[in-house]
Design a protein around this ligand. Structure first.
Ligand code: PLP
Length: 384
């Protein structure tokens, strides 16, 4: 099975390396000569368990995950992260303190705003530490950390933020840290894009379908001290919502992510993506490639600042999702049409914000990124 190599900059689900998909296609039909595909083998079978273990091991290797943290996989995506974090971490705080804690949130774009909405739907008391829209009028910058509201560690179960806001193209240049409160981060659109110090996080979660795989699986990296929970009857008494069993972290960890049927084929894709990442120099090299890809494009956009508008403040520009607009919707439509003719696709901005967005996830090659930068340059020159 083959295809002409696409230059696809869609935000998610996103492009995956063709060689990975080709290997996955083989594994889908006949896994290591089993005469069965990996998606057909029981999730209790040794071969399926190996896929889970290998993938976990690769995360540990790539991020240098210390012994203080666990890696687990659950069905779902970003939204199931929004809800499961809230209920699991509240139940852990209750175990540690006997109280129903608050969830403290940094709202820096539409995904963290949605995480707040979901927590509130579940009955979490939410405290907002910073809200970019209120401070700047739009999600185009991040308030300096010194100006955020400071949560009370006696009352706060966790602080939540979204490390890369996919829709608005805003990425954190720092990791918010608090005395006595663990930080939970949504890294759905920048997981494994750069090196990070895992010890600074209580929890990281990511839907797989943007930077590392296909939709269907969420990756969690969780500090062991955040796992234990109060029994359900006591949670009910405190008014803390009980977590559905399929998203209950202690159960998932006890069962090696296999309490219920994990989509093993989807995990196998993750496994193959991670193997390629390791082969290609692991995170130090990936980080350099991502730096080069995004700075090349930002440089061209900045060069034509009289033609392209970059709404996001320089210090918080995303390396993964590069958002820009032009002076009229007609010009943007012309850009999209001509880009498509040049085999550059997936560049339309999110429906809620319009404009253009180029997602330069890990799998996007430097060659594709250069083709896009050259097109962006040429289009400005021809249409000024
Ligand atoms: N968080 C971030 C940063 C995202 O980009 C997305 C989806 O685009 C989500 C959460 C929601 O993910 P899902 O559609 O898998 O629920």
């Amino acid at each position: 099975i083959t295809r002409e190599e696409p230059n696809y900059f869609g935000a998610g689900p996103a492009y995956l390396p063709t060689e990975v998909l080709q290997q996955a296609a083989q594994d889908l039909v006949n896994y290591h000569g089993a005469n069965l595909g990996i998606g057909e083998i029981s999730h209790r079978d040794k071969r399926a368990i190996n896929v889970v273990d290998e993938t976990k091991q690769k995360f540990i290797e790539l991020y240098n995950i210390p012994d203080t943290h666990e890696v687990l996989f659950l069905q779902g995506g970003g939204h199931t992260g929004f809800s499961s974090i809230a209920t699991n971490l509240l139940a852990n705080f209750a175990k540690r303190t006997g109280k129903k804690g608050k969830g403290a949130y940094a709202v820096t774009g539409s995904w963290s705003a949605k995480a707040v909405e979901e927590a509130q739907r579940l009955g979490v008391d939410v405290e907002v530490l910073t809200n970019s829209k209120e401070v700047f009028g739009s999600y185009t910058d991040i308030q300096p950390f010194s100006e955020w509201k400071k949560p009370n560690p006696e009352e706060t179960a966790y602080v939540y933020y979204c490390d890369n806001e996919t829709v608005h193209g805003v990425e954190f240049p720092f990791i918010p840290q608090f005395d006595g409160i663990e930080v939970a981060a949504d890294m759905s659109s920048n997981i494994l894009s750069k090196q990070i110090d895992i010890s600074k996080f209580g929890l990281i979660f990511a839907g797989a379908q943007k930077n590392v795989g296909l939709a269907g699986v969420t990756i969690y990296i969780i500090k062991k001290t955040l796992i234990e929970q109060l029994p359900e009857a006591e949670l009910r008494e405190l008014g803390i919502p009980v977590t559905p069993i399929a998203f209950h972290y202690p159960t998932a960890i006890k069962q090696n992510s296999l309490h219920n049927t994990l989509p093993i084929f989807t995990v196998q894709i993750l496994n193959l993506v991670l193997a390629k990442l390791i082969k290609d120099g692991s995170l130090p090299e990936q980080e350099k490639r991502n730096d080069r890809k995004s700075s090349q494009l930002y440089q061209i956009l900045d060069k034509h600042a009289d033609f392209y508008n970059l709404p996001v403040a320089k210090g918080v520009r995303s390396e993964m999702n590069i958002v820009f607009t032009m002076k009229s919707p007609e010009l943007e439509a012309k850009f999209l049409k001509e880009a498509e003719q040049a085999n550059l696709t997936g560049l339309k901005g999110h429906r809620s914000v319009g404009g253009l967005r180029a997602s330069l996830y890990n799998a996007i090659t430097e060659k594709s990124a250069t083709l896009l930068a050259e097109f962006v340059d040429k289009f400005a020159t021809e249409n000024k």
